[in-house]
Design a protein around this ligand. Sequence first.
Ligand code: FES
Length: 106
Amino acid sequence: MSENGWHVICQNTDIDEGGMLPFEVGNFQVALYKVNGEIFATDNVCTHGMALLTDGFLDDDVVECPLHGGMFNVKTGKALCEPVDCDVKVYKTRQVDDRIEVLLSE
Ligand code: FES
């Protein structure tokens, strides 16, 4: 379901505090994170190789890639340490009633 690029991808109760979930929406692979009650979304594919960030580890607002340990800030997408040197794309999120929506655009 899409409205002006906003896609409903789950219910707020589907994702635990400090947790992350993977979603595929069309051509997008999206990682959703819940940090201190707030929802953030990034591309789920690491910018360094073919690994899904949701297979890694989330510590507060930092996700660690499972393959080589690269880290990204999930709020800003900023690459934080080697071997990643390219930021990961972030997507806007919003909550409408209990639904989590993500704005997906190229
Ligand atoms: Fe993610 Fe290498 S694939 S750090």
